[in-house]
Design a protein around this ligand. Structure first.
Ligand code: HEM
Length: 191
């Protein structure tokens, strides 16, 4: 199944991004609230243009009930709760080196990476809340779908497995690989 192929073929990309400098900081004892805000601003700069590109595939958006899956509103909520003004948000740099989303297969490869990271992020949210003493504010991106996380992840994988034909599999894997790589370049950059 494509969901299993994706997991196996992007495992090295996952290891690489988990060990990239900004993500290793997440586990550090001295990871600060300022660093956390900076990390969320970078996600904002990546998700804003990428989710705009996803919207160009209305069939996918409807099939996946994507209105519930957009990450940008969660990032705006968290950044606002953490004190970032609307003017500062609108002035943030946006990523232009994005993964491919011209076809539905490519877009599904990118969405795999975004939805999978929400699934993995549950573990990180618990750690962040304790370490940064965030109360309940500023964690909605990392919390994702909360108690619905497993069911949302399963619904996405079921759709992926039912939709992608063997001939499209390499396209999906290539797009997912590029999604990991583009995000890593963006997070590592010194803009
Ligand atoms: C410190 C950083 C990270 C940690 C500790 C982490 C941890 C995890 C863990 C524990 C899982 C497995 C959850 C499970 O199977 O129950 C997972 C899955 C996943 N993560 Fe991460 N992750 C990190 C960063 C990222 C980033 C930045 C991305 C990409 C945006 C990402 C994408 C994924 C994907 C696609 C999966 C699903 C794999 C699959 O089952 O097909 N992760 N992560």
């Amino acid at each position: 199944m494509i969901s299993e192929t994706l997991k196996a073929q992007t495992a090295a990309c996952h290891d690489a991004i988990e060990n990239a400098r900004r993500f290793t900081r997440l586990g550090s004892e001295d990871f600060s609230r300022d660093e956390y805000v900076e990390m969320l601003t970078r996600f904002y700069g990546f998700y804003k243009p990428l989710e705009e590109a996803f919207r160009l595939h209305p069939t996918l958006m409807t099939a996946l009930n994507y209105q519930q899956r957009f990450k940008l509103p969660l990032l705006i909520q968290d950044l606002t709760d953490l004190g970032v003004s609307t003017e500062a948000l609108e002035a943030l740099p946006l990523c232009t080196d994005l993964p491919p989303t011209a076809s539905m297969a490519q877009t599904l490869g990118c969405i795999y990476v975004m939805e999978g990271s929400t699934h993995g992020a549950q573990f990180i949210a618990k750690r962040l809340q304790a370490k940064l003493q965030l109360d309940d504010k500023g964690l909605s991106y990392y919390r994702g779908y909360g108690s619905q996380t497993m069911s949302q992840w399963k619904a996405f994988k079921d759709y992926l497995d039912a939709t992608i034909t063997p001939v499209d599999e390499p396209v999906v894997v290539a797009a997912a690989t590029q999604a990991f790589e583009c995000l890593q370049r963006w997070m590592d950059s010194d803009h």
